[in-house]
Design a protein around this ligand. Structure first.
Ligand code: ZN
Ligand code: ZN
Ligand code: ZN
Length: 152
């Protein structure tokens, strides 16, 4: 019997689902493989198009689980769309390029202390925060400098 290769990253995603009590089924394996092959953030709908035999509920449930496990993170785009991408485990933020859509992880968090102070000031019990940073990536900035926008 020839088994389709399971890439290490896909294997890690499957393992995460298993640890959470999800059976290792062929559809989930396919889902893990598609997610593992993504090199940029993606919409849940994209997964639906690529895996038409998978139900909407299965995709959303699996994504939610993977997010909770910390192996996939949610990315809020500037236009309000919610995307997903493979995650470095642990708390971090994203630098999102509004021009090409590139996303870079900003590891390490400098705002935690400031938020703790602000929360204490309001007698507010802090649970967490979510911060996305929008702008233009190195490549897009360099492209503009190479060919300055035409002045009309
Ligand atoms: Zn992330
Ligand atoms: Zn860019
Ligand atoms: Zn943070």
């Amino acid at each position: 019997m020839v088994r389709a290769p399971v890439y290490p990253l896909a294997q890690q995603l499957i393992q995460t689902l298993q640890e959470r009590g999800y059976r290792d089924t062929a559809p989930r394996r396919a889902l893990a493989r598609v997610i593992a092959g993504k090199d940029r953030h993606f919409a849940a709908e994209e997964l639906r198009n690529e895996l038409p035999h998978l139900g909407r509920a299965t995709i959303y449930r699996s994504l939610k689980l993977l997010v909770e496990a910390g192996v996939v993170c949610r990315v809020l785009l500037e236009d309000g769309n919610l995307h997903y991408q493979l995650s470095h485990r642990g708390h971090h933020h994203h630098l999102l390029c509004v021009e090409c859509g590139a996303s870079q992880d900003l590891v390490g968090c400098d705002v935690e202390g400031m938020l703790k102070q602000a929360a204490a000031l309001h007698n507010f019990q802090l649970n967490g925060h979510w911060l996305e940073v929008y702008g233009r990536c190195q490549t897009c900035v360099a492209k503009d400098e190479a060919s300055p926008a035409q002045v009309s």
